[in-house]
Design a binder for this molecule. Sequence first.
Ligand SMILES: [Zn+2]
Length: 409
Amino acid sequence: MASVDAARAVEGLEELRRRTGDEDGAQRVAWTDTWITAREWLRSELDTIDGVTVETDEAGNTWATAPGESDEFVIVGGHLDSVPSGGWLDGTLNVVAGLEILRALAPEPRRLTLKLVDWADEEGARFGRSLLGSSAAAGSLEPDSVRGLTDRDGTALPDALAAHGVDLDRALDARARLDGALAYLELHVEQGPVLEQKDIPLGVVLGTFGVQRHRIRFTGAHAHAGATPMHLRRDAFLAAARSALAFREDAAARDDVRATTGTVKVSPSIVTAFNGICELSLDQRALDAGVLAEMLAAAKEASRRIAAEEGCEVEWERLWEIEPIPFDAGLIDLADEVVEELAGTSLRLPSGPLHDAAEMARVLPTVMLFVKSLGGVSHTKDEDTPVEDIELSVRALHELTRRTLDRAQ
Ligand SMILES: [Zn+2]
């Protein structure tokens, strides 16, 4: 049985870095020439594998197929596109790992077909809409919601797609590509500090966080810093600040959730008055929908109690929400078994960022592997992972792919 050439995957990643990066990092922004350079390199590599066919779907996703006896298939997926001045591993790791896995498995007789997909425009770096290609394949993309998007130079999204042979009005036809799909596997750099902190190279992702994002407006009454005694103040900033601490305390008391106050605006914001108005943002994340709902209820309750104590009023306005997207329990167990065997230890963890896997999990049994990110940094040229861990992650994805193909027979 052929094993995967993990060192060759590292060489492939370095080759892509040479061809599509500069001193500021990776420059493979989707729907640009540098992205096409990366995709042409992938295609030239795929062309060297006997029996593998390559096609592009209606949403611009590239599919490579190593046929088995059956049309039913397992997918390994990633994305070659990057943010401007991005990291060398974000997205490319799973595409290049998938390439080497195809190379290893294509010659072996198999009942199931194996596919590698390079999703178009995961990052949304040019037009602000992430997961474009995978959401089209999953059927969750609403073309009208992206039709009006433009890039910094005023180019409209539909025009940029058309220049790359993609008709936005036909993008949802890419759904047909998933007919017969049995499972979706994705390897990604963690992009956070958890694995490194625990000194564990590989982890298994439980799903992507649900998000509740709100604007919270505290209203008191501003007045002179010298003239107003402390007990007569209705200081909206202090009501907001105490609330922000309460949000943090609530999140810190729970397992694996987040609560972040990212923006603070005060009015009148002068040195000689306390503030009558303070607006906060609150971004709450959890993997369990019930826990997320509890966190939101607790935060509202705390803000109302504190506002009342400070003589203020509080209003909540939802900015955005997305439900948690859990991955497949059976595939999580299988991935955990593989990681334990290859790395000696494993960790199950949620994903903070969204990934193409979240779109696939809506329609297919899905799981992801995370490999350690040094310093927890990503979306910068400093993104890195030790070579031995990259190689280990490629071997783990290969083994997970083999077992998924066997199990789904
Ligand atoms: Zn990515």
